[in-house]
Write a protein that binds this ligand. Structure first.
Ligand SMILES: [Zn+2]
Length: 363
């Protein structure tokens, strides 16, 4: 059942456009290194051997560093589960897309946090190795949002896992920056995985009728979701779930709709330790922890997004939950604390000594 008029969906297309507009183009050197890492490495090697000057050597080192994939994973233990935060990349986000707050207040709050608009934003996904199952929560943007994102596959490998090893993928929601990584060109990036999302989310985004009825500017988000899931559905590798479902031992879905029609949060528990993994519970940490009433203009239901954010932040603070967030500064792991008139984010570094010895899951 459609609760919100289609007019609201206009903003979904707008976010992509304004994010793209705020996207800084990479430098030519960086772009070349990315496009031809082997060539960049060869160039730097010959520069060092022929010129053998300090400056050439230093330049070569920088080129080689730029050409190498930057580490973007962070691992820690949660009970007997190994959790790996994976960076899909970073991109600026326009904080003026927040509503229920003036642009002036946005700018002042950001300045108070030593930031300015547009705000650099992390795009994180989380891998849970239970010892018997490898579960990935969200997949990054893949090729859908430009070259600054789409690094998840690379980071998964650097973290010691192969995409073929992933058993299950749980989606927080079906916006492009969370589902684009399901596909690698025309191929399933995770050929052995079952993909799961809430029934409300699937009904909304995967409906051919909704795509048909959507205004032209809104159709892209529907197409992206349907294209990302099509091959999984055709191969019987997609299963929706009802709110509150236990999807694997120690991993439960918690309904948190508002940002999208069927947005889900996942509560992970092992040996009495808990981790709450959320998707787009909030977008601008520097503003929305302190002012949870500020919300994204492209929310499916802004009022619901605000109330679910308050509830979840309240519960996380009260229970001292460890939290992992999709758009919190990488690795996006920390705790929420209650303040007099809002909340605050406390990033946590977790002792990785025990995690470091754990090999990638053997299949
Ligand atoms: Zn997102």
């Amino acid at each position: 059942m459609l609760r919100i008029p289609f007019g609201r969906l206009g903003a979904l297309a707008l976010i992509s456009a304004s994010l793209l507009a705020s996207l800084g183009a990479p430098t030519t050197a960086r772009a070349a290194a990315r496009a031809h890492p082997a060539k960049a490495a060869i160039t730097s090697a010959s520069a060092i051997s022929t010129a053998a000057t300090l400056s050439a050597s230093a330049a070569g080192k920088v080129a080689a560093i730029e050409a190498a994939p930057a580490p973007g994973f962070y691992r820690f233990m949660l009970g007997s589960f190994a959790i790996t935060a994976l960076s899909d990349g970073k991109r600026p986000i326009n904080a003026h897309m927040l509503s229920n707050i003036s642009e002036q207040e946005v700018d002042q709050t950001l300045a108070g946090a030593g930031q300015a608009n547009p705000v650099p934003s992390s795009f994180n996904a989380f891998l849970i190795d239970t010892g018997s199952k490898l579960v990935l929560i969200d997949t990054g943007a893949g090729a859908l949002w430009g070259p600054q994102l789409g690094k998840l596959g690379e980071q998964l490998q650097l973290a010691g896992y192969a995409a073929e090893q992933v058993d299950e993928i749980y989606l927080t929601h079906m916006h492009s920056d969370h589902i684009g990584g399901l596909m690698d060109g025309d191929s399933l990036r995770f050929p052995h995985a079952i993909v799961r999302a809430s029934k409300a989310e699937a009904d909304y985004w995967l409906s051919p009728a909704r795509l048909e009825q959507a205004a032209d500017k809104d159709k892209g988000s529907f197409r992206n979701a349907q294209n990302a899931l099509r091959a999984y559905i055709a191969n019987e590798r997609f299963l929706s779930f009802e709110p509150g479902a236990e999807l694997a031992p120690g991993i439960r879905a918690v309904a948190s709709e508002g940002h999208t029609a069927g947005h889900s949060t996942y509560l992970v528990e092992s040996a009495g330790q808990k981790l709450l993994v959320w998707g787009d519970m909030l977008h601008i940490a520097a503003i929305q922890f302190g002012q949870p009433g500020a919300t994204m203009r492209f929310d499916y239901d802004g009022g619901a997004a605000v109330s679910v954010r308050r509830q979840v932040l309240q519960a996380a603070a009260r229970d001292g939950l460890l939290v992992a967030g999709a758009h919190l500064p990488f690795p996006g792991i920390g705790k929420v604390v209650a303040r007099e008139d809002g909340f605050a984010w406390q990033p946590q570094l977790i002792d990785q000594a025990t995690a470091a010895n754990r090999p990638a899951q053997a299949k």
